[in-house]
Ligand binder design. Sequence first.
Ligand code: PBG
Length: 342
Amino acid sequence: MPDHFQSPSFPQTRMRRNRRWPWVREMLQETHLSAQNLIWPIFVIEGTNRREPISSMPGVERLSIDLATHAAAQAASLGISAIALFPVTPASKKSNDGAHALDPDNLMCSATRSIAAELGESIGIVCDVALDPYTSHGHDGLLIDNYVVNDATVEILCKQAVVQAEAGATIIAPSDMMDGRVGAIRKSLDQAGFSDVSIMSYSAKYASAFYGPFRDAVGSASSLKGGDKKTYQMNPANSDEAMREVALDIQEGADIVMVKPGMPYLDIIRRIHDTFQVPVAAYQVSGEYAMLKFASEKGAINERACILESLMSFRRAGASCILTYFALQAAEYLCPSSGRVS
Ligand code: PBG
C-alpha cells in the first residue's frame, strides 16, 4: 500500500463516514419534507361530475365543484395542508373590468363554500386574488389605455378578497402584484370582520415564461393574445427588488410571503428566509410541472425520485410550504405514518 494511505493525516476528516449507513444518513438529515408542507392547486370548471384533461399538464385535470370537493377530501386524508383554487371562467362571463370576480356565486366562491361545508377545518382553502380569470384581456387588473392601473385595481381586489372570505376562504392569496394591495386587503378583511383570515402574498412574483401551461389551463393565454405582464410582475433578473417587495408586504400585514416560480428562483427563497423572520411559500408552477412530467413520460428521468428531490430543494432553500401540482402524488409517496422521506 502506498505510504500516504497509512499516514495519519490522510484524510483525517472523512465525510463519507456520515453517509455509510441508512440510519446515519437519516439521523443527520438536515431537512424534511412531508405532506403537511404541501398546498395543492386545483382548477375548477362549471358543471357536475365533469373532468377535463389539460394537454400541457398531463395528469392534471380541470374538475367540476363536486369532483374538486372530493379531490380536496382526498388531499386532506393524505395530510395535505391546503388546496388553492383556480377558476376556469367561461368566456361569456369575462368582461373588460372582470366584474364577475365580485359575484358571490362565481366558481371560486361556490367551490370554496362547497369545500368548506364538506371539510370544515380539516384543510386550508387558498383563494387567489387577481382579476385575470375574469377579464376579457387576461390581465390581473383594470386595463385603461393599454396599461394595468394600480389603485383602481386594488379597490376591486379588496372587494374580491372580502367576497372570497365570506365564502369561507381561510387564506387570501393576492397574485396580482399591484402596489399596496396587501395593506389594503388586510384593512378590508379586518373591517368586514375577517381578522382571522390570513394573507399569503405572492410577494416575489416574476414575469415568467413558466406560467404557460397554467394560462392554457384557465384559458387566459388566448385572452392575453401574446401580451405579457411585465409592467407589474418582476423582472427575472432581479433579486434586491424581491427583498423590497417582501419587506413591504410584511409591513402591510402579509402572514406568508411567496416566491414564484420555484426552482429557477431558489436563491430568492434562500435570501428571503435568511433575511426576514416570516414563513416563505414556494410555487412550483405549471411550466416546472410540465418539464418534470414530460421528461419522465419520455423516460429521461425517474418521476418519483425527481418529484421528491425537487420538492425537497424548496424545503432546503427555506420554504415552509410548497404549492405544487404534484401534491397528491407526492403525498402518496411520502410515508403517511412518519410523513417523511429519507
Ligand atoms: C394569475 C396567476 C398565474 C399563476 C397563478 N396565479 C399566472 C399569471 O400570472 O399569468 C401561475 C401558476 C402556474 O403557472 O402554475 N394571477
